[in-house]
Design a protein around this ligand. Sequence first.
Ligand code: NAP
Ligand code: 8YV
Length: 329
Amino acid sequence: MVGGNSSSDKVDLLIYGPSRPILENGFSDQFVLHSAETRHDLERLTPATSDKIRGIAVTYHTVPADKRALALFPNLEIVASFGVGYDHVDSTYAREHNIIVTNTPDVLTEEVADVALGLLIATVREFVKADRYLRSGLWTSQNYPLSVGSLRDRNVGIVGMGRIGQAIARRLDGCRVPVVYHSRKPANAVSYTHYPDLIEMAKAVDTLIVIVPGGAGTAKMINAEVMKALGPRGVIINVARGSVLDEPALIAALKSGTILAAGLDVFEKEPNVPDELRALQNVVLLPHIGSASVVTRNAMDQLVVDNLKAWFAGKPPLTPVVETPVKGR
Ligand code: NAP
Ligand code: 8YV
């Protein structure tokens, strides 16, 4: 859909990606909303409309706000992105062109950590296979086999000890599962052992939970070498981005027994998941639902709205990303 009316004394905003009620109804009549659901729609906006747009709400991670997209808007001041990860927004281009980028941190932290822990337990204790077993009627003739995996004898290495990594670690403390972590620098006020080297950590643990940002700096960092270092008891949980994990290497490692199992919430080419992965029994697959509850998604939408409203009221945005800090507004 492409659309919207305009008036010169109002602020023209673009909703780029799927729209939702909080995004559509959250602005006063001082704003004029335009919409472009897809990249194709974006490129069909007339130059007269694009020239007026001063703010964009990027409403889903599958619509790329890359250089080509942002360059369509010569008067753009702010891009308010939905989600804490913003690897789909070219924040370098934005900085170079004095465009602020905001994201939606914190409001989703605990929700995503819940999903990471749930996915770990479902993977290790085979919940999905056991559910299929019951539904197929097999339980009436035989009990489900004991699971090879257990949390009771595991050591977890968290890859990324930021907001969500720390919330996952707190949950594992409650489960009495030992935690260490890898990140480029030791995290502030965190007592878990820090491994500056990912391979060294993979050798020391049998479980990885991956929760780093996507993008060039982390592309395929969970590769065949990491999987080999983890070993045959190894379990990998990826709730970060599909780009962080080498998918063909994972499929090979799951097939050969190089590692035991995996739980994935994110994929390289969402929403397409390779048939080979879908055919495997030792992997649990979720359709990127880390933050996907009504309450948390509403809070994320509201933060997108609040960032845009603050900026156009002459105030600092609430949650600018590190690449585009706002000083003295
Ligand atoms: P955050 O607070 O910024 O934490 C990021 C962590 O990753 C930090 O510990 C950081 O430490 C580490 N890191 C960054 N680059 C790294 C690298 N190249 N190598 C090793 N460690 C690196 O972010 P967050 O709020 O926890 O969110 C993390 C990510 O989770 C998001 O960016 C998003 O992609 C993903 N996510 C997924 C879902 C989902 O639905 N599945 C939901 C929310 C978020 P250093 O800077 O010291 O390296
Ligand atoms: C959202 C996420 O599902 O916040 C993130 O980084 O991956 C999820 O919370 C995603 O941003 C939707 O676009």
